[in-house]
Each structure stands twice: as structure tokens, then as C-alpha cells.
Design a protein around this ligand. Structure first.
Ligand SMILES: [Zn+2]
Length: 273
């Protein structure tokens, strides 16, 4: 059942948040403040002044995230951080990834860190036999993951959750070539400052998947504070084409919103074909 104007992602995030014990309220506040988890505009965040300002440069940039707040400690101390440079991947056998997305109403939000598209309930993936619901997707310029040291102009992160602390994110690289109509419809729905979220009817996220299903898999983290190590990462090997104009349009809003790559440490990157 879908209620017009109330995308399921928001409902789902809310349900996940309220399902936790009260003693974890602070952690929930931090979790929902994460770009990867939620899309509320910055001014709506942090009841009681809890919000901590972070950015992609200078005193509040990625090198400083771990020291901005105790709840961001994993950004410094973590051993399974994201993004990473994808190199030295080993053959990983069967895919065990089933993408079951569907068209639905969506809303487009500028949360001050990126553009977020909150999708309606009903899209999900099955990863290694476990079900994760698609909540939202958002964009980084340049791409956060790199392949053999090279970044793409933009990557999309499709954020799925099995539980509040159990996410699966699918990364898709966008490369400059032909214009993409789905990206165009999203860009046109980006709200101006102070305006309500942009509405998109019957947005089909499947239009933003590459044709081939080959991908890389590794265990990692949110790429925004608090850098929680709760993400099963899936990075698609093939790219999706967008135009240089479309890349420039996003870059005009967010010239740099990518965390630098992190050490792989003891982890293995698997390639699934
Ligand atoms: Zn992201």
C-alpha cells in the first residue's frame, strides 16, 4: 500500500528508528543524521542541537571527522572503512545478488551533503539469501570508490537496509557519454533552497543500473560520519552513461563530496560475474 506524498523510505527509516531501545536514542540520532541513512534537510536534524557539522574540506573535512565527535570515532579508528580503491579483486564465484527494484513515487531532497532520492516502499535486493529494502539513493562527485586508482565523474549509492545497523549499498559509476533521461528528471526535481522536496512520479531506479550484473563485493562502512562499519558493499563493474552537461549540473551544486579512499587492511574484494 502506498500513500501519495509519503515515500516509504521515510516511513521505513522511522520504523527502524523507533524499534530501538530508548537507551540508544543518541546513536539513532547520529545514524539518521548520516547521509547514507536519511535525507532530512540539515535544519531539521539534531533536536536539542545534537547535529555536528562536517564537510569535505578544511577543519571539518574527512581528515578531521574522527575528532569532531565521539560518535564519529570509527572514521579514525575503524579497520573496515569505505570507500576503497578496487584493485586485486579475487574471483568470488556465484553472484548471490538479486535486484528486485520497481517503479514508484519518489522525492528529491538536498540535504546539504548531497542530493538524495527517497524511494517508495517495495524495492529490495536479496544478497547472499538475505533481504534488504531500498530506502534511498544519492550521489557523490567525483566517485568515492575508485578502480585501479581512477575515479569516475559521479557515483550513485543505492542504500538498502535489513535493520538499522545492517545495510547493503550498491554503487554505480556514471561516465560521460550520452545524456540519461532518468538523471535528467531527478536533476529537474532538485528543490531550490528553502523549497519543499521535489516530487517524482513513477521513478524507475532500474533505469540507473548498468546492463551487466558483474560487481565487486567487500565489507565496509558508511562513507559519511559516523563511518559505522555496517555496510555490505556491492560496486557494479560496468558504468551508466550520462552527459557531461549532467555531470556539470551536479558539480555546480556539489563540486566535491567524496571521502578519500581508505586502507583495505585485511579485507578481500571479490569479483562476481
Ligand atoms: Zn554515499
Amino acid at each position: 500500500m502506498r500513500r501519495p506524498g509519503v515515500p516509504g523510505a521515510i516511513v521505513a527509516t522511522f520504523v527502524i528508528a523507533v524499534a530501538l531501545p530508548a537507551c540508544q536514542t543518541d546513536q539513532v540520532d547520529d545514524a539518521v543524521a548520516d547521509t547514507e541513512m536519511d535525507a532530512r534537510p540539515e535544519e531539521d536534524e539534531g533536536e536539542g542541537g545534537h547535529e555536528i557539522h562536517w564537510s569535505y574540506e578544511g577543519d571539518t573535512g574527512p581528515a578531521m571527522w574522527g575528532s569532531l565527535d565521539q560518535s564519529f570515532a570509527a572514521c579514525d579508528d575503524g579497520a573496515r572503512q569505505s570507500p576503497v580503491d578496487i584493485t586485486g579483486a579475487v574471483a568470488g564465484g556465484e553472484s548471490e545478488l538479486e535486484i528486485r527494484w520497481q517503479p514508484g513515487d519518489a522525492e528529491v531532497v538536498d540535504n546539504g551533503h548531497t542530493i538524495v532520492v527517497n524511494v517508495a516502499e517495495g524495492s529490495a535486493i536479496s544478497l547472499e539469501g538475505r533481504e534488504f529494502a531500498l530506502l534511498q539513493f544519492h550521489f557523490h562527485h567525483p566517485s568515492e570508490h575508485t578502480v585501479e586508482g581512477s575515479a569516475a565523474p559521479i557515483d550513485i549509492h543505492f542504500v538498502h537496509a535489513a535493520a538499522e545497523d545492517d545495510l547493503a549499498v550498491i554503487g554505480v559509476f556514471l561516465e560521460a557519454a550520452e545524456a540519461d533521461p532518468t538523471i535528467q528528471s531527478i536533476w529537474e526535481a532538485i528543490p531550490a533552497a528553502g523549497e519543499p522536496p521535489g516530487a517524482l512520479a513513477a521513478l524507475d531506479p532500474r533505469a540507473l543500473l548498468p546492463e551487466g550484473g558483474s560487481h565487486y563485493r567487500y565489507p565496509g562502512s558508511l562513507t559519511t560520519p559516523g563511518c559505522s562499519e555496517i555496510v555490505s558493499w556491492v560496486v557494479m563493474a560496468e558504468s551508466v552513461a550520462v552527459s557531461q552537461d549532467q555531470i556539470d549540473a551536479f558539480a555546480a551544486l556539489y563540486p566535491m563530496n567524496a571521502r578519500p579512499v581508505q586502507p583495505l587492511n585485511e579485507r578481500t574484494i571479490e569479483r562476481k560475474d
